[in-house]
Every structure is written in C-alpha cells, then in structure tokens.
Design a protein around this ligand. Structure first.
Ligand code: 5AD
Ligand code: SF4
Length: 476
C-alpha cells in the first residue's frame, strides 16, 4: 500500500555539517488561537530532562490555543505522549500506553491522540503506529514541536491522520510559549542535539546536531525566571561542555556559567557533562560562583578501555579517572554521580570487573545504571553479542550493590549536620513530611511546619540512608 506520509530516516539524521544553525522566532498564527476554548489536554512525559522541557513547550503552545491542562486522561480532548527511545523498555511502555488509549478513543471519537518525542524520529516506530495503532491522530517529531497547533487544527478540520517528522540537523527556535510545570525550579535549554555518536546511543539521530542557543537568550530567560521568583535553574544539553563551539565565537560553557551566575539565581545546576572538553575555565567558574551547586554528573559508561573504544566514548579509563581525580581535588565537598551501562556487546567478565574497580576508585554518590539496550540504526546494533541476559542482570545487580554501598558511605558525612534544602513540597510517600534537595542534590525528607514549595530552609539531618536523608526543620 502506498503511504501518504513521509517517514523519518535515521540514515538522513546521521548527516552533519559545520554550519551554524539557523535561528527563527516563533509566533502563533491567529487561526489557531481560541480553537481550544472550553477544551482540555493531558500530557504524558517519558525520558530525560530535555523531554520534560519539551513537554512544557507543548503545554505552552496548547495554552496559547486556549486549551486547559488536566490531570486525567479521561477528561482530555487532546492527549499527548512525549516519548523516549533511549532503551527498549521505555518504548514498550509507550506502546502499552497507546494501546490502552484505544478504549478512550472508542468512547470519544473526537479525542485527538498525538505522539511526539524521540520515538517519533524512528522510521520503524512511525510505520508501526500508522499501521497498527489507528487510534493515533498525530505523530510529530522532535524538530516539529512548534507545528503542533497546525497539526491539531488540521486534524479537527479534515479528520485525517497527520505525520510531521523531519530528519534534519535542526534549528534554534526562540520565543516559543512555555508553561512551566514547577514554580520554583526551571529547566533552561542551552543547547540541543548531540554530535558525540556514542555507538550505542540513538540520541544523535533523534535530536539532531549539537547547536547552541545565543547566550543573550539564555541569560534573558534566567533573568526572567529570577523576576518570577524561581530559585533554581538547570542548564540543559546532552553535552553542556560543548556549548558555544558551533557558534564560532570565543565564548565557552565556563563563560556562560559566569554570566548565568551573575543573574543572582540562588541555585544553578547543569546536565550533562561529557568527560570530553571539561576544561579549566569550567572548573574555575564552578569554583568561583557560590550559586553553582556542588554537584557534578560525569557519565563514565564503562571502566574498560576496549569497551570504551567500542562505545566511541573518546576517552580511556586512565583519562576519565585523571579528570575525576582532578575535579575531586579542586572541588572539595562536591557530590559526583555517573551513568554506567553493563552488558555492552561481548563485555567480558574482566571488562565488567574494570567497571567495578572504577566505581571503587571514584566512590560515586550515586550512579544511574542500565543494561545495554540494542538500538536499531546505531553502530553497536551490528556488533556480535554472546553474553546471556541472565549474566547481564547479575552484573547489574552486583553493580547496584556496590553503588549503594558508596552512596551510603558518602551520605554519612551529613549525619547530624545542618543542610540547606530547597523545598519541593509534601513528600510523595508521607503526607506529614516535606521533601527537597540539598545543594549536593541529596534528597531530604523532613518534618516541619509552615513550609511551602520554593522555600530555602535549614534542616538538621537525623537519619542517613543510601539514597535519601531524613531530618527536622530548624526554626530560625
Ligand atoms: N542502552 C542502555 N543505556 C543507554 N544509555 C544511552 N543509550 C543506551 C542504550 N542503548 C544510557 C547512557 C546515557 C544515559 C542517558 O542512558 O548511560 O548516559
Ligand atoms: Fe548519547 Fe553519547 Fe550523546 Fe550522551 S554523549 S546523548 S550517550 S551519543
């Protein structure tokens, strides 16, 4: 059957050039304003912080069309699922969710179901949804978020399914409306895409090339957040150390950190640093600005040279550990976390042992650990793998036990200490308890009175666990 829609192409998405990306300013077409009056939307978000921030943009666009956000799928006229493609289990979860929406669509044929995010950039997923999940009305890619108003308008007008997924290097679009989901902490994109092409990773294909926002736009966004009372920003990029390189200007991430620090926002975080390009300007900026939080996430992925080479990580074990030791020495009191993949194709027992010994060396505060997931279209997908899943699962468990041991060991230093906590609100588990994070990004659950979201409070730590701390509010 001939398809009347264009599929994305991971092959085309591989392309890169050295040009600075084009920058556009968004404005919402008058035609789309008001079409959401008296209607509601619901967004389900999977995956990383970049997706969280994209969902806030989708919400901003729908709010500008007159829609209202709602908590329940059953109340919604538009349901958006913002998907993640980084591992197979995330994809399966989304397909299950889309399957479950069939019933709602049957009960309300005017319901519009839209699928966005990284899965929408994969040709196999788009084909599958178009053929097998007929309840889906719109598939829109990571480069097509600002088309959402038009796509919704078109579906309402002609009742036909729409696919708009471009496999392009990407551009920078400014002045897009945003509805932030939190009133005290904000995600701020500083760059998009990734050019690192780690051999296992789908992100460089789904999110285009590395491209930086103009520093003026970033600083203006943070200044506005300060004036709105925000207490924390997290500067986002797949690889923030590469900030500015594509703009061909003499201004790096270290310079940006200094300028963002000058806005006076109480807390600055950034995600994610690749060990590549973690330069001395960056270290100096982190050291010199009190509002840059003492927390660094530095993914290692593996502690074995052969695996690191096959992963195309661009550093050796020795280089990573040397950088880690330098950061640890220059930034005392900082917390360090990492990402680790176990079971990369043909990972030997010895190679896995190297990862364990790297964890023993670094004594991380925490690590996000994953079993390697084969991603169609990436170089690693073609690599032979003779390691059983059972072995990979055992390795993950062994690794997690080691990670928990060091997490606990690191947390001991907080026992009986007074820490500053930015309050997120009532704890999810216990309604008489508040929760929030310390500067080192430690989760604290504490008892207290007259506390509200966004307060910066002092808490005395009474109990220390591996992945959280308990405490009591100190009245000042
Ligand atoms: N399989 C397992 N984990 C992966 N990650 C990225 N791609 C894969 C994959 N194919 C992990 C990496 C990365 C984190 C965000 O997700 O550890 O740092
Ligand atoms: Fe994926 Fe590597 Fe880019 Fe991170 S740096 S998004 S792991 S390709």
């Amino acid at each position: 059957m001939k398809k009347d829609y264009l599929l994305p192409s991971l092959n085309d998405a591989r392309k890169r050039n050295k040009e600075t990306s084009e920058k556009f300013s968004f404005s919402l077409d008058e035609r789309y304003k008001g079409i959401g009056e008296h209607k509601k939307y619901h967004i389900i978000t999977h995956g990383c912080q970049a997706n969280q921030r994209d969902s806030e943009t989708m919400a901003g666009l729908l709010d500008a069309m007159g829609y209202e956000m709602c908590d329940q799928q059953k109340d919604a006229d538009v349901i958006i699922i913002n998907t993640c493609a980084v591992r197979q289990n995330a994809e399966e979860k989304v397909l299950g969710e889309i399957g479950a929406l069939k019933r709602l669509k049957r009960e309300n044929p005017d319901l519009i179901i839209a699928i966005g995010g990284c899965m929408a950039q994969e040709e196999k997923t788009v084909s599958l949804i178009m053929e097998k999940y007929r309840q889906v009305d719109i598939i829109f890619g990571t480069h097509n978020i600002t088309s959402l108003p038009k796509l919704i308008y078109d579906v309402i007008s002609d009742k036909k399914r729409k696919v708009e997924v471009y496999s392009k290097m990407g551009e920078i679009i400014e002045s897009v409306p945003v509805t932030r989901f939190m009133s005290h902490k904000a995600w701020v994109n500083i760059m998009y895409g990734c050019d690192k092409f780690c051999s296992y990773c789908i992100v460089p294909y789904t999110r285009g090339k590395e491209r930086s926002r103009d520093k003026k736009d970033i600083v203006a966004e943070v200044e506005e957040l300060v004036s709105q009372g925000y207490k924390e920003v997290c500067l986002l990029g797949q690889n923030v150390n590469a900030y500015g390189k594509d703009l061909k200007i003499d201004y790096t991430f270290g310079d940006l950190l200094n300028d963002v620090a000058k806005t006076g926002i109480p807390r600055i975080r950034f995600m994610t640093s690749h060990p590549w390009d973690f330069d001395d300007t960056m270290i100096a900026s982190i050291k010199n600005n009190k509002n840059i939080m003492p927390y660094i996430h530095l993914p290692i992925q593996s502690g074995n040279d052969e695996i690191l080479r096959k992963m195309n990580r661009r550093y050796t074990r020795e280089e990573y550990l040397a950088l880690f030791d330098k950061l640890k020495a220059e930034l005392p009191g900082f917390a360090f976390t990492t990402d680790i993949i176990v079971g990369f194709p043909n990972e030997s027992k010895e190679a896995f042992e190297d990862t364990l010994s790297a964890v023993r060396h670094c004594e991380y505060d925490n690590a996000f650990t994953f079993i390697y997931s084969r991603r169609e279209g990436t170089p690693a997908a073609a690599m032979e793998d003779h390691v059983d899943m059972e072995v990979k699962e055992q390795r993950l468990q062994q690794l997690n036990e080691l990670v928990a041991y060091y997490a606990n060991k690191n947390n001991q230093r907080f026992k009986d200490q007074v820490v500053e906590v930015l309050v997120d609100g009532l704890s999810k588990r216990n309604s008489n308890v508040y929760s929030g994070y310390t500067p080192e990004n430690k989760l604290v659950n504490f008892t207290g009175e007259n506390v509200k979201t966004g307060d910066l409070v002092k808490v005395k730590i009474t109990k220390v666990m591996s992945f959280s701390l308990n405490g009591e509010l100190i009245k000042e």
